[in-house]
Design a protein around this ligand. Sequence first.
Ligand code: NAD
Length: 332
Amino acid sequence: MSHQVCLLSGDGIGPEITHVVQEIIDAAGVKIEWIPCEAGLSAYEKGGDPLPQATLDNIRTTKLALKGPLATASGTGFRSVNVSLRKELQLYANYRPAKSLKGVPAPFKDVDLIVVRENTEGLYSGLEHTVVPGVVESLRVITEAGSRRIAEFAFETARSLGRKRVTCIHKANILKLSDGLFLDTCNKVAKDYPDIEYDDCIVDAAAMKMVLNPQQFDVLVMENLFGDILSDLASGLVGGLGVTPSGNLGTDAAVFEAVHGTAPDIAGKNLANPTALLLSATMMLKHMGETEAAKKIEASLFSVLEEGKTLTGDLKGSASTTEFAEAIIAKL
Ligand code: NAD
């Protein structure tokens, strides 16, 4: 059976890494009809819209997308397409596993945690205004409904993966109303999952514990900004953004993407590491029910990483993007 998946190649290294990921999926025997979709700086330069309506319509139809990184200017310019995509498609759950990989230099071994981040609320609601010149205000929106659905997602994920514990990360000691509501809602949801252990931790203490002893964590659930920061911190524990995948899931669609950016310094040079996007793609394959193919690809990738003979520059190797991909395909 052929699946339809939207492909947002993205900017910078995006086209190079999405291309090899397509080749690896094809070599694993999964039949995908890729629907190319425009987004990001390239779409903006072509048609004046960084997130064309046709792209949103296509993703709503296929309900699935694989996305390369998109360039966003800081401070000025168009609103982040990543943020807009998550809001438009109500991709409320960002799912980011951080797992140690043999052969990938990292500060820790045996880390295996999952950050579940609320993707649509908090400070990323995009509600900012100038009160008077020199004074700006950003609104941090937390709702009971939003907190409930992300808490339920975290517990359902933990249950389906056989995980033991969910930890709610918050700052309810200071943000008594907003994070008070988030924590209170997580506490209530936890009661519906008596088979899963539950506790909570204040965000600053959680950051310290993660860099001292990350193995103590299992599934962590948190609001948007804390999730943005701690999920990158978690990536650092296992070797950086080049090896960490992510999925953005909602009721109507799912978008899988690497968490790194467009790497303008190495774009177009066939030097980028496609691991993060490939692991995002295997996450997508599992979501589509192609679990065997996903496991086959992961086994080949892990074997190439562990052998250490064909690694890209970021992993202290000298292989090109295409050589790395060819080594994975040879193992399939
Ligand atoms: P970046 O992740 O692009 O680059 C940081 C460093 O990591 C660079 O040295 C880069 O070469 C390296 N790197 C990143 N991915 C790599 C890979 N796959 N293989 C090898 N090395 C890799 O971060 P940045 O420079 O802060 O951002 C550049 C652009 O990307 C900005 O426009 C930013 O808005 C955008 N961005 C997009 C996303 C996304 O679309 N999800 C995420 C982060 C940043």
